[in-house]
Write a protein that binds this ligand. Sequence first.
Ligand SMILES: C[S@@+](CC[C@H](N)C(=O)[O-])C[C@H]1O[C@@H](n2cnc3c(N)ncnc32)[C@H](O)[C@@H]1O
Length: 392
Amino acid sequence: MSIVDSLRLVGSPETNRVMKGELIRLAGRGLGRRPAQPDRAGSGALIYPFDAELAYLAVRYHRTATRVLWDLYTSRAGRLEPLYDELHRDVRNDGRAWLWNRAAISVQARNVGAFPAGSRQIVGTVKNAILDGARAHSIELRVDPHNPDIELVVRMHDDALTVSIDLAGASLSRRGYRIEGGRAPLREHLAAVLCMLARHDPRRELVLDPMCGSGTICIEAALMARGAPLWPAGRAPAMLRMPLFHHLAGDAGHSGPLFADTEPLVIGNDIDSGACRNARDNAASAGLTGAISWQVGHFRDLSRDRIARLVRAEKLQNGLILCNPPYGQRLGDKQLGPLYRDLSRWCGQFRGWRAAFLIGNPAWDQWFGRRVRIRKTLRNGPIRVNFCLYDL
Ligand SMILES: C[S@@+](CC[C@H](N)C(=O)[O-])C[C@H]1O[C@@H](n2cnc3c(N)ncnc32)[C@H](O)[C@@H]1O
């Protein structure tokens, strides 16, 4: 085992560039500086030198990552006994004050299938080594899997086990604003990934989701434009329970939206009035009452003029259509092809705009029929999907 000191941003596969770009944007505004160049760990994790301010900024605002971890120790031990010995020694020798007396810890193992012991044994070994190592600092810890102060995660990366603290204490993708998910809601961080991949510019571009379902894309576009915190009043990330980070809590520069002066124009539409109601409720619970215009109907009834009237703009120069259309599980391929074709025809009226879609059906290219400018493969849970961007 050895002591390491890294900040790890974990997201979905193939999202390293957007995670990096988002952190640069946030740090420029929130800290007035640029983060160090990260190392990549696969296609969905970035590693920076640990920096408490940057970590707190990421935990509070980073919308495309799902976890923000502080990597503390790493080991290439191939068995449990040396794992215990190395970790015990490292915790004993560790000068960082991340532990305190009576702190409650929990340990979870993720992706440790390659280690020649079961995850429960790994968890037990890591827990014991940390409890015993802390005693060398005269610190007595408690174990509380349900209500921990410090949530430790053991993961396997490149044949090494890494012990980290989950600084948010939960998946950042679950923002907490979703009251009602609808039938096929997009995971929140993935909606933010779409905004970043499409390079949405909220100062110049309206966002329109013609098939918005529970409204995730519209809500994330509006929140991201404002640099809104992920934590509503009354909820705080786990890292603020650690005395080591208490000084960050009062930092005024990190409390409200980072781009509070941005007023994004966002319109969501769905043919299903129930879905639209859910979207409106979800937006209200995200603090966006009145900020997004919600429409019910077939997308073909949304003309460019009608959209201009909705946002009270005489002329709309720039817009971004951003959407994940039905993939076909419920509609069946027979209806889906014509739906994609109609969508392409409807897009034709938005000359000068851009359109980006998250697609999970191979029939898309044939029926949508436009020349794609950017295509990128992503994962929506277990499903392989394509992000496709078009100039209209
Ligand atoms: C995959 S879901 C969108 C999920 C959404 N992004 C979310 O996070 O909840 C597709 C949506 O398209 C809507 N839809 C299907 N055909 C439509 C049409 N012709 N006009 C408008 N909406 C339509 C469905 O009602 C459904 O809510």
